[in-house]
Design a protein around this ligand. Structure first.
Ligand code: PGA
Length: 240
């Protein structure tokens, strides 16, 4: 793992954006793996700014998101489809049909998970995956204990994850209990990964990632076995 330490959240967003922009310019048909949550918001702002001022085009880019809440449709403001439209897709020239976010409201979640995994394989897999990390070490919504062999599946969210994400909802009762998430094996098949770590609430997770063992009880630890991971961490996450 390559580690880049930066001063601020702003720098973290800009550093990640430079890597994504460089990739898309070099390989216009790049398949991006995208993440939601608080951490990548600044990255998406930078990509939109660069698209508007620098002209980077996403016409031929396709994307696959990591996860979606079970029970929410794409027009629910708390869905990750809605998040992606609002923060990125509506503001760049990506073709919506090339953007893939798992569907949280299908009749058959298991079948949808398989279809999602198959489609991703058909498209040649993710070239560049953006990841955040949960305070408990989750990547995507793969909570501690998830098999390193897992592929896209329905997962149950831990109470601590629902509490951490309650800030986006009116109350914790509204936070879904389940999600569809790319698996850990799915994520590990990405050719390149950028892990963004920001803020004091991630300090312990970052320390565990850097110093701990590779273990299914800390899902992000598997990234140590990937040949092309860049961790970008801001000062608040790094600490002293
Ligand atoms: P956050 O979420 O970016 O909202 O902190 C990261 C994660 O839980 O993976």
């Amino acid at each position: 793992m390559k580690i880049i330490k930066v001063e601020s959240y702003d720098q973290l967003s800009k550093t990640a954006a430079e890597m994504v922009i460089e990739k898309v310019r070099r390989e216009p048909k790049t398949v991006l793996g995208l993440a939601t949550g608080g951490t990548p918001v600044g990255l998406y702002k930078e990509l939109v700014k660069d698209h508007q001022n620098g002209g980077t085009s996403y016409k031929e880019v396709s994307s696959f998101n990591l996860d979606e809440y079970v029970g929410l449709s794409g027009d629910d403001p708390n869905s990750y489809r809605y998040f992606m439209d609002e923060h990125l897709f509506n503001h760049v020239d990506i073709s919506k049909e090339n953007t893939h976010v798992p569907l949280g409201n299908t009749e058959d979640h298991q079948q949808h998970c398989q279809d999602y995994e198959n489609l991703l394989k058909e498209r040649g897999g993710v070239d560049l995956q953006i990841l955040g990390i949960g305070p408990n070490g989750h990547i995507g919504f793969n909570e501690p204990g998830t098999s390193f062999q897992s592929e896209t599946q329905v997962v149950e969210l831990m109470d601590s994850t629902r509490e951490a994400n309650a800030r986006f909802f009116n109350s914790i009762d509204e936070v879904p209990t389940h999600a569809i998430s790319m698996g850990i094996a799915t994520i590990m098949r990405s050719k390149e990964i950028i892990l963004m770590v920001s803020g004091e609430t991630k300090r312990e997770a970052l320390a565990q990632l850097l110093n701990g063992e590779v273990n299914e009880n800390f899902p992000a630890s598997i990234l140590k076995n990937h040949p092309n991971v860049t961790v970008i961490a801001d000062k608040d996450a790094v600490g002293e």
